[in-house]
Design a protein around this ligand. Sequence first.
Ligand code: NDP
Length: 287
Amino acid sequence: NTATVTVLGLGEMGRALATALARAGHPTTVWNRSPGKADALVGLGATEAATASDAVTASDLVIACLLDAASVHQVLDPVVDRLAGRTLVNVTTTTPEQAGEIAAWADAHGVTYLDGGIMAVPSMIGGPGSSILYSGSSDAFDRYRPLLDLWGESTYFGADPGLASLYDLALLAGMYVMFAGFLHGAAMVAGAGVSATEFAERAAPWLAAMTGGLAGYAAVVDGGDYTVPGQQSLEFSDLGDMVAASAAQGISTEVVDMVQRLIRRQIDAGHGKEGFARIFESIKQPA
Ligand code: NDP
C-alpha cells in the first residue's frame, strides 16, 4: 500500500511526518509557506509543490500540520474547491471547538475530515512512545490506518471531530501541572543550594512511582463514593506546611496554592474526612 500523500506545513513536526512517509515509499508531495524547508525531503524522493493549490491537487490524502486553526483556514480556504472529494487529516493543534468548526467547513465543501492530536515531539515520530489520537471520519481512519501507523500508535476516539483534541489537551493538562509541580519543588530546594539537576534525579523516580496511584483515584471517581476506606483524607492532604515552607523560602506559592484551594473548598463544605480524589468535585464545579 503506497498511497500518494501531500503534507502542508514543513515546520519541525510537518517535516518529521513527511520524512516518515517518504522513507516508507509513499509518493509524497510537500508544501510550505516560506521556501527552503523541503530540501532534505526532496533528497528522500519527495516532490516540492510550488503552490498550496498544486500540493492539494497532487494527492487524495492531504495532511495539514500548520501552526493553528487560523493558519489552516488561511492555507485551505483559497483552495477548497481543489480539496473537494479528497481526505483532509488535520494534525494541527486546535481546541475541540476549532476542530468541530473545521470539520463542519470540510463537510460543507465535500471534504472527508479526520482530526489528529499528536502525542509526541518531532524526534519521536515513527519511533517508540509516539502516539497519535484521531477523531472524525472513521472511513478515513480505516482507509489510511497503515499510513498513519508509520508515525506512531494510532487510536480512533469517535465520530465527534473534537474528541481527539479534547483528549490531547486533557493529557497535556496532566503533563503541564506535573512539570509545574516539579519546577516548584526545584525552586523550594534551590534556596538550600540544591541544583535542579540533583533534584530531578530524585523527583523522576518519585513521580513515576506516584503514577501508580492514578487508577485508584479513577476507581473512586467512577464509583462516585469518596468515603470508601483506604484513601488519604482531604484533611490529611492539607498543603498548609508546603505553602508555609515555600513562603519561607521567599518563592511564589501559586502552584501549591492552586491545589490547596481545591482541597479547602471540599473541607469547608464538610468533606474533610473523605478522600483526596474528591477535589475532582472542586474542579467540576468552579467556585
Ligand atoms: P513550527 O513552528 O516548527 O512550524 C509551523 C508551521 O506552520 C510552519 O510550516 C509555518 O510555515 C506554518 N505556518 C504558520 N502560520 C502559517 C500561515 N498563516 N500560513 C501558512 N503556514 C503557516 O511548528 P511545529 O511544526 O512544531 O508544529 C506544527 C503543529 O504541530 C502545531 O499545531 C503544533 O502544536 C503541533 N504539534 C507540535 C509538536 C512539537 O513538539 N513540535 C507536538 C505536538 C503537536 P513557515 O515555515 O512559512 O513559517
